[in-house]
Structures are given as structure tokens and as C-alpha cells.
Design a protein. Structure first.
Length: 94
């Protein structure tokens, strides 16, 4: 995914080595300070989802992810849908 040029905070995907930074950004927004083992655990979970981040001068200041789910609907087979998770915004750009 490419950055959106006109956005005040460009929206991009993340590189494989950014999963720990992504997890720490989410945790910080929720007032948590996970240890390295917890970061590694959540980084592994997040690797199975699609992530987007907002950046301020290259630093992650917003996060969102979506996981693949199937949803039951009446009278039809289950349909694919996105489960949105990991939405956060750092206090600095607010």
C-alpha cells in the first residue's frame, strides 16, 4: 500500500519489522505498558490481520487492523466480512 500524499497524517501499511512498534502504539493509546513477551504475543496475532497506520514524521500515531471473519446471515451461507480491531490514536496529534 502506498501513502496518501495529501493526508496530514499519511496512511500506510506496516513492514514486518514494525509489528512490535504497532503493538506498543495500540497499548500506549489504551494506557498499557506490555512487557516484551506480551508484545511478541500480540505481534504474532496482528501478523494474521491487515493493518494500517497513520504516521507523523514517520512515527506511528494511529492504528487500525481488520481480521477475516465469516458471518452467519438468515437463509444464506456464511459470508466473508472484516472484523475491525486495534483502533487507536496517540494523544500527541489530537
Amino acid at each position: 500500500m502506498t501513502a496518501t500524499a495529501a493526508a496530514p497524517y499519511p496512511i500506510t501499511g506496516i513492514a514486518d519489522d514494525e509489528y512490535p512498534t504497532f503493538v506498543r502504539a495500540i497499548s500506549r493509546a489504551f494506557g498499557e505498558s506490555p512487557d516484551d513477551d506480551m508484545v511478541a504475543h500480540y505481534a504474532e496475532l496482528e501478523a494474521k490481520s491487515t493493518q494500517l497506520v497513520a504516521r507523523d514524521r514517520g512515527r506511528i500515531v494511529g492504528t487500525i487492523a481488520a481480521r477475516d471473519f465469516r458471518m452467519s446471515v438468515p437463509g444464506a451461507p456464511p459470508v466473508a466480512c472484516a472484523g475491525v480491531t486495534s483502533a487507536s490514536v496517540q494523544p500527541t496529534p489530537r
